[in-house]
Write a protein that binds this ligand. Structure first.
Ligand code: HEC
Ligand code: HEC
Ligand code: HEC
Ligand code: HEC
Length: 190
């Protein structure tokens, strides 16, 4: 069968190319960022678990604003950085999708949202539709195939690491608790 043949070819290709080839294939499958305002439309009610409301109150939502503060300016100055809100050295961890091709930034994406949903859950353009979201939750669709990430410690330490001028030893369990935003149903069934 043609399909089987193509699949076999793909496997051979991936194995032959090794890890770097695999990484490249993943890079090619880029999803676009849609911004927190989009996630808000479905994830703000108490019934859903008000993930947006909890996020908005968190430090992640203020991460861009923080870079305009006195403390940030002081640290930046020591490093010879004029304006932390435009510096790669700071933005790379204080906003979502820093350095991503502009073509992949949706109309509602804004740098001012700081560390938004998509910093942890992945770019949302291919998973945000209700039908897709429900299929993922129901287990009939693998979220990873449409870019959805259920973040583990590895995602957090992408930013919570020694490169941060204010690094504090990262305790995944304790820090996750601080930002917890479960869907009520799931919380009840535990
Ligand atoms: C059109 C409505 C809608 C939008 C927009 C939307 N979601 Fe969802 N999302 C849902 C629904 C419905 C569920 C299923 C939750 C439930 O069980 O009640 C869900 C589930 C999820 C889950 C849990 C998946 C799992 O495996 O259990 C995550 C994480 C999530 N959404 C993140 C996001 C993020 C991040 C965005 C924005 C990029 C977003 N959603 C935008 C409706 C939406
Ligand atoms: C894109 C980078 C990034 C990722 C990914 C990230 N964080 Fe953060 N986090 C930050 C930044 C930046 C701050 C500081 C924001 C500020 O104070 O303005 C922060 C602050 C926090 C705080 C508040 C700390 C305090 O002292 O109150 C908690 C809790 C936290 N993060 C937990 C997590 C967890 C858990 C994960 C992974 C599931 C995670 N973060 C992933 C960048 C990130
Ligand atoms: C490697 C990722 C990373 C980089 C790069 C980074 N930050 Fe942060 N920043 C964080 C995280 C994570 C936190 C939260 C503190 C923590 O728990 O480690 C934070 C917290 C802060 C805070 C709040 C500190 C507090 O205690 O209230 C300021 C201010 C700040 N960063 C400024 C900067 C400036 C200025 C730059 C650029 C020179 C920068 N950061 C670069 C990740 C980063
Ligand atoms: C700092 C990282 C981070 C940010 C920012 C973040 N989340 Fe999450 N989210 C997590 C983690 C960690 C989990 C738990 C993953 C797990 O259970 O495996 C989670 C779980 C969820 C779930 C599933 C809850 C359940 O009980 O099944 C939904 C829905 C969700 N997030 C939506 C959002 C939305 C919407 C936003 C933005 C308003 C957002 N998240 C922002 C890290 C984050």
């Amino acid at each position: 069968m043609k399909k089987t043949w193509t699949l076999t070819f793909l496997f051979v290709f991936v194995f032959a190319a090794g890890a770097t080839g695999q990484e490249k294939a993943e890079e090619e499958k880029q999803h676009a960022f849609i911004g927190v305002a989009k996630c808000k439309t479905c994830h703000r009610t108490a019934k859903q678990g008000e993930q947006f409301v909890l996020w908005e109150k968190s430090k992640h939502a203020k991460a861009y604003e923080t870079l305009a503060g006195h403390e940030a300016k002081k640290t930046a100055k020591e490093k010879g950085i004029e304006n932390p809100q435009t510096a790669k050295e700071c933005l790379k961890c204080h906003v979502t999708a820093y350095g991503v091709d502009e073509k992949l930034l949706g109309e509602k994406y804004t740098i001012t949202a700081g560390v938004g949903c998509e910093s942890c859950h992945g770019a949302g353009a291919d998973y945000y539709k209700r039908k897709t979201m429900k299929a993922i939750t129901a287990g009939t669709l693998d979220g990873a195939t449409v870019g959805l990430i259920m973040p583990d410690e590895k995602v957090c330490v992408g930013c919570h690491n020694e490169e941060s001028p204010y690094y504090k030893k990262f305790d995944f369990a304790a820090m996750s608790k601080k930002i917890a935003h479960p869907v009520p149903k799931a919380a009840e069934s535990k």
